[in-house]
Design a binder for this molecule. Structure first.
Ligand code: GDP
Length: 411
């Protein structure tokens, strides 16, 4: 695994959220496989490699369920943060939503919006987390993309904008139509690691063009300058459409929708592309807010590396290999191995020892966790979930209420 340091605009801290059984685990596994591991395992031309890889992972003590896993796609680093399975307004859910910058909401292609998808959607809305939607299980009997979209409109009260359409449904589902490029993307035999792109067959053109027009119009509604050019019939290039859709998604004005069937390895690469293209980088968050521990004043800090340290411990786990690990998101400054950080809850300075980055199948030692990043510290004893680590002379508390701190054993 290539562990070079990425600039913050090339980082995506995302959560995958869903109603139970919609396919969150399968989608996460496939995303990890196709991003970080496809190149490592080499050319994968059949689906058994994926299953083998997942079995090996499970034997090695499964990191798929760890608090945050790092992978890479198109020269971007994607940190997938585990979101709690039980969905309510607990501190744990709020904390997870605070740590991530964007979300993929996975829906079941048969059921569309279900009760828990509605709850997570509302929570993400409350925290203004930009989202893309993935309508999964399009291969199942009874799956319907249009019905799933209708349920998003009716229950979530937003206008979903499909950026791809299913090519076939139920047993005929074997690919997607890219609405922006008007290409057909197919996964031959449902096993291919390498999707094939081709021109759209004539039978699909009218439907795809109508979807593209709806997408353009939805984007134009969020961008006056683009609307003017669109109405005047001036040419607008694809990167401009993508950039405008990205801005609208970051502002929580539009919600790009994709479809696929994670179990059959269909639609995962376009989903990874959408994470890079439409979900925020840490720099897109304007600031982090917290309280001064003595005065209680609300403070807003810019998210920059040259600022004092401000980091949140969002989960502590007992790792089967590394022992006690604290997963940390650094908002500003940098957390360096060998240096000290201040814990305002205890009033103590803590020494930062070993720092690790967690990939699905390995842990890499690193020297520092820069602003925007999510990694883990090994062996931080007196630190609890929810603690802030900051500079002694610039204290800030991100979570003022103390919550119980269950140690989660993932062995
Ligand atoms: P989670 O509870 O949201 O994490 O869902 P899982 O990923 O565990 O999936 C729940 C069930 O749906 C499992 O039996 C999966 O094999 C199955 N599943 C996941 N994705 C698909 C899919 O694309 N198509 C079909 N037919 N089944 C799927």
């Amino acid at each position: 695994m290539d562990t070079r340091h990425f600039e913050p605009d090339r980082i995506r801290n995302i959560g995958i959220i869903a109603h139970i059984d919609a396919g969150k685990t399968t989608t996460t596994e496939r995303m990890l496989f196709y991003s970080g591991f496809a190149h490592k395992i080499g050319s994968v031309d059949n689906g058994t490699a994926i299953t083998d890889w997942m079995d090996q992972e499970r034997e090695r003590g499964i990191t798929i369920v760890s608090a945050a896993i790092t992978t890479q796609w198109r020269e971007h680093q994607i940190n997938i943060i585990d979101t709690p399975g039980h969905i309510d307004f607990t501190a744990e859910v709020q904390r997870a939503l605070r740590v991530l910058d964007g979300g993929i909401v996975v829906f079941d292609g048969v059921h569309g919006v279900e009760s828990q998808s509605e709850t997570v959607w509302r929570q993400a809305e409350r925290y203004q987390v930009p989202r893309i939607c993935f309508i999964n299980k399009m291969d199942r009997v009874g799956a319907s993309f249009d019905r799933a979209l209708a349920s998003i409109r009716k229950r979530l009260l937003v206008e979903p904008v499909p950026i791809n359409l299913p090519a076939g449904e139920e047993q005929d589902f074997d690919g997607v139509v890219d609405v922006l490029t008007m290409e057909l993307i197919r996964w031959p035999d449902n096993l291919g690691a390498h999707p094939e792109r081709s021109a759209l067959p004539q039978a699909w053109v009218a439907t795809a063009e109508a979807a593209r027009q709806r997408l353009f119009e939805a984007i134009c509604e969020t961008d006056d300058a683009l609307l003017e050019r669109y109405l005047a019939d001036k040419p607008i290039e694809l990167p401009e459409w993508r950039a405008a859709l990205r801005r609208a998604t970051l502002d929580n004005r539009l919600y790009p929708v994709l479809c696929g069937a994670a179990l059959r390895n269909i639609g995962i690469q376009p989903l990874l592309d959408a994470v890079v293209d439409y979900l925020p980088s840490p720099l897109d968050r304007r600031e982090v807010t917290g309280h001064h521990p003595q005065t209680g004043t609300l403070e807003h800090w810019p998210l920059r590396q040259d600022q004092p340290l401000c980091a949140l411990v969002f989960k502590t786990v007992t790792d089967p290999y590394a022992g006690q690990m604290a997963y940390i998101r650094v908002y500003s400054g940098e957390l360096r191995s060998g240096e000290q950080a201040f814990n305002p809850r205890t009033g103590d300075k803590v020494r930062i020892g070993r720092l690790v980055r967690v990939f699905a199948d390995q842990r890499e030692d690193i020297d520092a966790i820069p602003a925007g990043e999510i990694d883990a510290v090994v062996g931080l004893k007196a630190v609890h979930t929810g603690d802030t680590l900051c500079a002694f002379d610039h204290p800030l508390v991100l979570e003022s209420i103390q919550f119980p701190d269950p140690v989660i054993n993932i062995a």
